[in-house]
Design a protein around this ligand. Sequence first.
Ligand code: PLP
Length: 495
Amino acid sequence: MKFISTRGKFTDKVDSAYAIKCGLAADGGLFMPESIPSLSSNELLSLKDKNYNERAAYIIGKFLTDYTYDELLADAAGAYAGNKFGPHPAPVKNVDGKIYSLELWHGPTSAFKDMALQIMPRLFVRALRKTGETKDALILVATSGDTGKAALEGYRDIDRVKIQVFYPTDGVSAVQKRQMQTQEGKNVSVKAIRGNFDDAQSGVKRIFADEKMAARLAERNTFLSSANSINWGRLVPQIVYYVSAYLDMVCSGDISFGEKIDVCVPTGNFGNIFAGYIAKLMGLPIEKFVCASNVNNVLTDFLKEGTYDKNRSFHATISPSMDILISSNLERLLFLTAGAEETGKYMEMLSSCGKYTVSGSVFAKISESFIGVFADEARTKATICSFYKNKNYLIDTHTAVAMAAAEEYLSTYKAERKILVVSTASPYKFAKDVYTSLVGEENAPSDIEAIEKLSALTGTEIPAPLSSVIAKEILHPDVIGKEDMDNAVADFVTL
Ligand SMILES: *Cc1c(COP(=O)(O)O)cnc(C)c1O
């Protein structure tokens, strides 16, 4: 299987190892497989009797044909080990009637990014070897919370790689900050920036574009790479849990083999939901995708009208990992429905005037599979409360956006099918907002206090990685000016 750019100006066809090592194509497009491989009924049936790691190796192997099954199986086994994820990395729970929850937050950082960022570093190191790369990699990450911690955990102590994370000192939750400040590992660096997320991100982008920095790093036998969600190595592991969840629902008798389901995903950068769509294109019986947004509902409007318009005010919400106005992975959906040439034009319009409108036929094709629904802050909080009180199911703020969207979808569209709602974070990761959704805003506890209060109130268990973070030693206290990021990078590489 070869990979090509979504924008069609970079015309090389590359192996998956190259796509994973580079992240972006040279024309600024994203890498996509040249064709979508299929999963026949017979293949699905044989995967039904396999465990998660075997399913992962088989499905990822359809795209990463330059990796062997045994390599992928070893990487999956290392990534999804029981001491990190518990007995099942992606269990499905029936919440109520037709609503099922796919829990993707049983990993080391209690959010779904672990599903990709635990295995991607392993694929990345193999990619260095497979492409004959002689330099070591420095992964630079600007984060507003979940990605930074998950990337640190994924890349810690990985051979031939160093990782450095920058976060806005006042722009992440206290739990997220503590998680990053206590990060262990001999190849990690964590710096807080005096500034906001945009400052951190622009700093990282500037360093990536700085040729002098590249030359300085090359003297140290190092090149820069990134870990963000436009890398194919992050997308492909996410296809696996859709297939696995469907097969688990067949095994448990909740659906019959071949029965169609709907899927609802809390969406920010459009990576997670797009991975589900690939599973559908491969042959998994999924009818509709409900794309759930918070009040940053640029995707809801796009899916209603066919116009993507990022010219709108940005809202900081209680589901911060979905506070995004440019959903980068949507480009991949455009590529599949409109082709590379059109996609290139849309992306040019997006960068020049912040908006574009897709053609009628592209819109019709997208509408066959996607419906956009959004939930505002009040409805998100009310959903946390009603799911806990009426269904005895405690959910985080991001999952609550999706549950609210799923309920609206079921009542508006009178869909008959069962709906699999993707649950992306442990309620304890956003404990303060979950807690106040249940008891009201008065006497709001601090983020860290809320963890214990939430457990006392609901009798549910605090995930081990979050309970241990409270007691851990702070290893990365540094707060630096945004103008000092370059020096931080140079110092770290010289270490
Ligand atoms: C990253 C994230 C999302 C959004 O996922 P995308 O792939 O960016 O659409 C949703 N919920 C949580 C908890 C996240 O960390």
